[in-house]
Design a protein around this ligand. Sequence first.
Ligand code: CA
Length: 225
Amino acid sequence: MVRILLVEDEPAMATALRSVLVREGYVVDHVSGVALAREAARFGNSDLVLLDRTLADGDGLSIVSDLREYNPGVPIIVITALGGVTDRVTGLDKGADDYLAKPFAMEEMLARIRAVRRRPAGLHLRQIKLGRLAYDLDNDEASVSGKRLDLPRRELLVLGTLMRRRGRTVVRRSLEEAVYGFDDEIQSNTLDSHVSRLRRRLADATADVEIHAIRGVGYLIRQIS
Ligand code: CA
């Protein structure tokens, strides 16, 4: 499953893009402005971002750094009517991987998507590091000092969700959504038991990180200082 975050504020354009992408088998998360895109960026779960620049509440490029922080190495294709050389250079300087100037053919967009996805991650390592712990976003794997940490699937998903927002509180609901499917029955204490097992494993591996509970709110992961 390839998940695309589509940031586009013109309804007709958004509808057209979404239907083409869905027909190609992509899963599309659509948001229509900078503020919502910034929220979506925090989930860090997109495989690619199609980012319009001229949004009602600002320049789409202003969320590139958030996208990079929460989802290192995610390919970003900037879509815009500002097709001039200066705008193109600004977009690429800000960390976009490619640039599509409106109007463009849908076929061209699909080809660009395939091309950026084929590109090796290069300098952008799709890995988040904290202490001695590293989390690989492409393969959902955790390692401590380069040694793979074997974790049950649900603990791994808890860890991945915490690592994407390292240093910040993740609310219980977000963690539960990451770990359980819609059909799973969630028992109120299971998240806590996943976390407590995960804590023990991280301590055993001397990962140098701790999962801190924020009572009544959620959890956060941080480096042990
Ligand atoms: Ca627009």
